[in-house]
Write a protein that binds this ligand. Sequence first.
Ligand SMILES: Cc1cc2nc3c(=O)[nH]c(=O)nc-3n(C[C@H](O)[C@H](O)[C@H](O)COP(=O)(O)OP(=O)(O)OC[C@H]3O[C@@H](n4cnc5c(N)ncnc54)[C@H](O)[C@@H]3O)c2cc1C
Length: 540
Amino acid sequence: MEQINKGKEMDFDAVVIGAGFGGLYSVHKLRNELGLSVQAYDKGSDVGGTWYWNRYPGAMSDTESYLYRFSFDKELLKEWSWKESYLMQPEILEYFNHVADRYDLRRSYQFDTKITATRFDEGTNLWHVTTDKGETVTARYLITGLGLLSATNVPNFKGRDTFKGEQYHTAAWPKEGIDLKGKRVGVIGTGSTGVQVIIHTAPEVEHLTVFQRTAQYSVPAGKRPQSEEELNEIKANFGAIWEQAKNSAVAYGIEESTRPLASASKEEQERIFEEAWNKGNGFRFMFETFGDITTDYEANEAAANFIRNKIKSIVKDPETARKLCPTGLYAKRPLCDIGYYETFNRDNVSLVDVKANPIVEITPKGIRTTDGEYELDVIIYATGFDAVDGNYTKIDMRGRGGVRMREKWADGPTGYLGMTNTDFPNLFMILGPNGPFTNLPPSIETQVEWIADTIKHLVDNNLTTIEPTIEAEEEWVETCRNIANQTLFAKEDSWIFGANIPGKKQSVMFYMGGLGNYRKILKEIGYSNFIFDRELANVE
Ligand SMILES: Cc1cc2nc3c(=O)[nH]c(=O)nc-3n(C[C@H](O)[C@H](O)[C@H](O)COP(=O)(O)OP(=O)(O)OC[C@H]3O[C@@H](n4cnc5c(N)ncnc54)[C@H](O)[C@@H]3O)c2cc1C
């Protein structure tokens, strides 16, 4: 396809923001395959996205290695191997470096550059994209791969700046690492990241104090070395493996069970849970055992109770075990670990329940809760992210008529198919609001491929802009809400609904109908719910 910015009407055909899975694949598709001129940006100094920022000890993907990668290039799949059944951060970053080299992606990037504003100009139908360096460039298409777990959340504790020791958010971990040996360390937060960082720092530090607001259900990951034989078998079957994953619900390489818990005897239930516990992986435990754990209270309680019993059998101190046992539903993104509960049997680890005794302030010496002061040398904030729209609302994004994304999303972020938005023509979001809730690389690939096909459709048909109809967007948001409300996820406070951010309005931010169904919908609707060249259409 011919480069379309020839007449210098604009600086670039496309601007891409982000250098994670989404941004990198977009640059490859648009520049290397479609031949468009592309300028890409990331505020980080290099490629990797999530894995560039999250360098904390123990940072690991909880998708098994063979599915946490790109699938678009069979040669890439064959040539790149992995050491264990799960990937640690350094290995993922190595993969991204390889991908960037292989497709020569870095030359399209300007790193260390934050996008601060994007404005759609209705006169020219171009996006104006402004950086923190004060530059503005124009482009026909704007592709945002800003990440859904990327905007860090640091709770605004009183006295945070008075702390005399060191403090770090896990997603802003220094490249050179931190020497925690012999230090008194406090970790705030016990979500997916907290669990990983707690396991990995405990053996190194003098004392680790864990500040837990919500106890978590976590199952073993089942991490093990990947044998050469297994690796070869996976590589020989990649075609079928990806086909299955992309047409399944959560794309974790599992056959989601459709069997209701009640159809099994108590002994059988126990056996199935025990097998899943021994095999490992949170998504497997939640979705491969029984088909109604996320929709039926009784089935959910059976799974939850099984995990609680495991916690009680692993953790030696009954009071610590009691605090670690969750009381709510098993209905958050399922966690898995490599020895979380066991870590609390160590003499140098203690647990503080900050739901019972909330954090009052950070002091020069440490953390004060309502039951006393904990003296620390280092505070680690494993407090997660302002998920999905967190990075969008940081940018001053304006669409038609100056409509501000921030205001449009005041009651919760919305998007049609998780990729497009009314009033924002030619804006293509990767993992935007109301997109699939899955293992993410296959969803990202699905979206980037749809975006590239759509841009090709525009160019081939001499069309300038595309945006969804209001009706289609409203209907999609309603569909996402209805599906989420049929699940128990909607009954639990979690980042999936924005509940972890004080003041954020809780809303349905994902399409929980599964990747297979999502892909079917994309095929079926074609462009029937979109308006092309809206201004021209109005004139006619
Ligand atoms: C610790 C951790 C473990 C995870 N494990 C898994 C897992 O096992 N399986 C899974 O499916 N998902 C996992 N995730 C989610 C993970 O984020 C996605 O799998 C995937 O990496 C997202 O890729 P992305 O390209 O969409 O976004 P990201 O990788 O988040 O990249 C977004 C990029 O955009 C850049 N950016 C944002 N705003 C701006 C701006 N204004 N200007 C310039 N640059 C900007 C950021 O610097 C960042 O580099 C994990 C997340 C974390 C934090």
